[in-house]
Design a protein around this ligand. Structure first.
Ligand SMILES: [Fe+2]
Ligand SMILES: [Fe+2]
Length: 194
């Protein structure tokens, strides 16, 4: 099982980048005129994704990096930045989309997240790819295993928030994308046959 997970899991740095992309893409659905129910679903999705992501980094990624790079200033401020993020998430959960502070608190959270993600993607991930080169796959598998445990109690919530966070037009686009992908795959297979 572990060996299979090692083979199937993306490397830890690829997985961290994918998480960042998912959070930012979800945030991009949030505009001033987004309906309240969708705003709430977007915020719920982002908050839970950030909490799980931060815990995974603190349990697996940061300790692994710390064991090979002790003097990394960016690494030292990462945990306090997660704590500040958790504080803002707590604040957001006490607010409703109609409240005056709802949008600005979410935007403040995302501004912090973008700075934090920029540091991780331009300093910590490249450092890990240099210093932990041989362990990236194994650490990715560890992260996948732990992610499944952390997400398990929230699966229903994640599915309903994801559906509510997505406007109908995006669903059509996503379906269109899948269709286009399918057609491309079919074309590629046909080309291989000739
Ligand atoms: Fe982080
Ligand atoms: Fe991160």
């Amino acid at each position: 099982m572990t060996t299979m997970l090692n083979k199937l899991s993306p490397s830890i740095t690829r997985m961290i980048r994918m998480d960042h992309t998912h959070v930012l893409a979800t945030f991009h659905r949030f505009t001033a005129d987004t309906p309240a129910d969708r705003k709430q679903a977007i915020v719920n999705t982002v908050c839970l994704a950030l909490e799980i992501h931060a815990q995974l980094e603190e349990e697996i990624f940061y300790p692994a990096l710390r064991s090979v790079a002790t003097d990394e200033a960016v690494l030292a401020k990462s945990k306090p930045e997660h704590d500040e993020m958790r504080r803002l998430i707590g604040e957001l959960r006490s607010l409703q989309p109609g409240d005056a502070a709802f949008d600005s608190t979410f935007q403040q959270l995302m501004r912090d997240v973008m700075h934090h993600v920029a540091d991780e993607e331009t300093v910590l991930l490249p450092a890990a790819e240099r210093l932990l080169k041989d362990r990236l796959g194994e650490l990715g598998a560890q992260m996948t295993k732990r992610r499944l445990q952390l997400a398990a109690p929230h699966t229903g919530e994640i599915a309903s928030n994801t559906a509510r966070a997505m406007p109908a037009s995006t669903m059509v686009m996503a379906a269109g994308g899948l269709l286009a992908g399918g057609l491309l795959l079919k074309k590629a297979l046909e080309l291989r046959r000739h």
